[in-house]
Ligand binder design. Structure first.
Ligand SMILES: [Zn+2]
Ligand SMILES: [Zn+2]
Length: 302
């Protein structure tokens, strides 16, 4: 695939800074890749050259393990991940198996589509497992690329969204996107939450978020890495509150999310960098300096 755009994800920082154990030397990061198919490998028949597609984090699964065979390929025992175990999209060309790429809906330009591929899909899986629905109260902790897409789906589903984040500019974006209330990272929302999602990689948010949950509430941890979670008193999780993490996504999550993204339609707020500026973009992300999602414009068509 000839790369048009590649979104920057916090996971790229975890890969680069070694918070995730290295799997490949000198790996090219990037797993929110939009581009056009340039050439087909032997046996590839699903898409014609010239088709615009997206390549996500889940590069390949084994198809044979108990998880793959029970509809939980996100938990595959022998997975490959784009920009981690295989080279990713901070590049002009990239290779992927045809079964693991998504057609990009018309209506999104290349740069706007890039953050849908991880921030969007993972945020969507978090929403699904949170069980939130119409009139439910949802908390979002950390309001970067995933949060700003997730709120749009949650609002579309008729949920009320309460956003906790330390940066005022992130609170401003949350308000623009329909948050019912915005507060500081550890602040308690004015109502009890039915579910909450933590996107920030900060374990100290877990007790604060549990405290914000009503009885039977679900706390979803959306990141691949989190700093240690401090101990907390049992009453915070008693009354059938639960904590669960989200790991990767299934292809079904990806296709379902792409459909809903086009239907809403999702508007992604993007901050554009050139490929040469990748390090500056990563640094800005690390210091909460990105409004919405950072995207590398490599050779965008539009
Ligand atoms: Zn990601
Ligand atoms: Zn498997």
């Amino acid at each position: 695939m000839r790369v048009s755009a590649c979104g920057i994800c916090r996971t790229d920082l975890h890969v680069i800074e070694g918070e995730l154990a290295p799997k490949k030397d000198l790996v090219i990061p990037g797993h929110q890749i939009v581009g056009t198919i340039d050439r087909l490998g032997a046996g590839a028949t699903k898409y014609a050259p010239g088709t615009r597609v997206g390549i996500p984090w889940l590069h390949k699964t084994c198809g044979k393990c108990p998880y793959c065979r029970s509809g939980r390929e996100n938990l595959c025992d022998a997975p490959e991940f784009t920009g981690y175990t295989v080279d990713g999209g901070y590049a002009e060309y990239v290779v992927a198996p045809e079964g693991f790429v998504y057609p990009i809906p018309d209506g999104f330009d290349d740069l706007q589509a890039a953050p849908l591929l991880c921030a969007g899909i993972i945020g969507f899986r978090c929403l699904r497992v949170s069980g939130i629905g119409r009139n439910g109260n949802l908390g979002i902790y950390g309001f970067g690329a995933a949060g700003h897409v997730c709120i749009q789906v949650a609002r579309h589903w008729g949920s009320n969204v309460f956003v906790c984040t330390r940066e005022e500019k992130h609170r401003r974006l949350a308000r623009e996107l329909g948050a019912a209330w915005c507060g500081g990272a550890m602040e308690q929302p004015p109502v009890k939450l039915d579910a909450a999602i933590i996107f920030a990689p900060a374990g100290e948010l877990v007790p604060a978020a549990l405290e914000a949950l009503g009885k039977g509430g679900v706390l979803v941890l959306g990141g691949i890495h989190m700093s240690p979670i401090p101990s907390f008193p049992y009453p915070l999780i008693y009354q059938e509150r639960s904590i669960r993490s989200v790991a990767n996504n299934t292809r079904e999550d990806g296709h379902a999310f792409m459909r809903i993204a086009a239907e809403i339609p999702i508007h992604t707020e993007v901050q554009i960098f050139s490929l040469e500026e990748a390090n500056a973009a990563l640094k800005a992300l690390k210091h909460d300096g990105i409004r919405g999602a950072a995207v590398l414009a490599i050779s965008p068509r539009n």
